[in-house]
Design a protein around this ligand. Sequence first.
Ligand code: NAG
Ligand code: NAG
Ligand code: NAG
Ligand code: NAG
Length: 435
Amino acid sequence: MGVYSKLLLYTVSLSLILVLVYTVYFIKYNDVLQQLTGPATTVKVSLGLQTQDQLTINQDTQQQPLLTTNGYISYQPPGNGWNNQRIVIEMALLFAKILNRTLIVHPISSHSLGEKMERELPPNNRFGYITYNKMAASTLMPLSNVLDLKLMSKLVPVTEINSSHSQFIQNYFSQDTKWRHICHSLGYGYWLDRRPLNQAEVGLLTKQIYTSRKDWRDKCKEEQAEFVLQHEKPIIRYVSDLANDSSDVIYFIEGCLFGIELRFMEYRKALQAREWIKEYVHYKSTYHQLADAVRTKLGSYNALHVRRIKHISGSLTAGHWILEMLNNDFTRDTPIYVATDETNLKWFEPLTEAGFKLYFASNFTDFIDLSHVHKRMRKDVMGMYEQIVCIRAELFLPSPHSTFSNYIMRERGETDSKNGFNYILHHASWAGDNI
Ligand SMILES: *[C@@H]1O[C@H](CO)[C@@H](O)[C@H](O)[C@H]1NC(C)=O
Ligand SMILES: *[C@@H]1O[C@H](CO)[C@@H](O)[C@H](O)[C@H]1NC(C)=O
Ligand SMILES: *[C@@H]1O[C@H](CO)[C@@H](O)[C@H](O)[C@H]1NC(C)=O
Ligand SMILES: *[C@@H]1O[C@H](CO)[C@@H](O)[C@H](O)[C@H]1NC(C)=O
């Protein structure tokens, strides 16, 4: 080999090593890089010859002025699973619509990273929103990668933030922007869209049934005194009271929009609120990719969502699922897609032994390319694809009390109450349904 070839080879190798070292440091120390605010860009980082893996690096963004004269609605994301985060977005959307304000949405976080970070917190401080606030922009995923924000902005103007939450607060809280902080928890009461206007409506209010969720009392501590003072009668807050608020940003703190109910005085308005959510909160069309593949490969299929990890549904036995399938017209010759967080697929052997043909995400890996998704977000994103698979199945069986399952039921158009309300939009309900 000539001296020039050697030199060239040497130079190329050195550059490759440098690129690799830089990349590793970039990923590892993005927390630090986060401080250096730059324009919002999606940087594809190729890990060179080692792996084909590509990560989408979301970065903190430079401060942009808040412009809308009508003001904004925003919220502290609750962290935890994606479907909990989605519910908060839906609630914020309703507040924005009712109050005619611009909705500021935030990126979404990884469930598993949140759980990992939560374990490192002091036991009395293990809240999803606290871990969310500690996450660097690089681990968060812009909401527009998931939901069709163009569609959502047909209902209310939407401003998307891609920064870490701490950067967002830093960008806007310090300006001469007027913020109003609100904390209202299901532990202490609920929201009503407006104050009663006549005796009949006052009557409706006094008959409301409300069950305090004791497990929600660790949030919104300042409400506690008020709650005790009024002998644990529910604290009702009225959205209409915020109508003339002059704050630039109405901001729901402590992730409190999760697990709150918004009740409407009139049935018509409750129905309309549910329609808004159903019509304007949708996955981007790319999330149909897996469902298309499943349909092509399996033809007609049924689906199960079997939640196993850290959830009350985790105690359901394989026998329970077999019984449920038999009671719900699942047949042995119709393939079944199983959406599950159980990694040990041996757990499903009794179902296979009972004659059911099961398919899992792992049977369709060829059809889904998650290489552009941050490693930490892949499970969450896979779940989104799987929800569409379940929505489009002929028959579906949910895991009880799961927000993941509930979304599927709702999109399948299941109804669950005497008023024909769509399933599990309980967070937007009618006062008349609550007596
Ligand atoms: C946020 O990220 C999305 C997706 O990468 C991008 O389309 C959008 O322009 C970004 N928005 C801002 C304000 O940086
Ligand atoms: C909502 O706000 C816009 C300006 O952002 C204004 O033009 C419109 O009249 C408002 N609508 C209502 C119903 O207040
Ligand atoms: C808000 O202001 C409008 C117009 O000034 C008024 O009619 C309305 O009663 C006010 N609403 C509240 C809840 O104060
Ligand atoms: C589906 O995947 C499971 C495990 O991932 C495997 O045991 C099974 O054979 C696959 N089924 C088909 C039909 O490919």
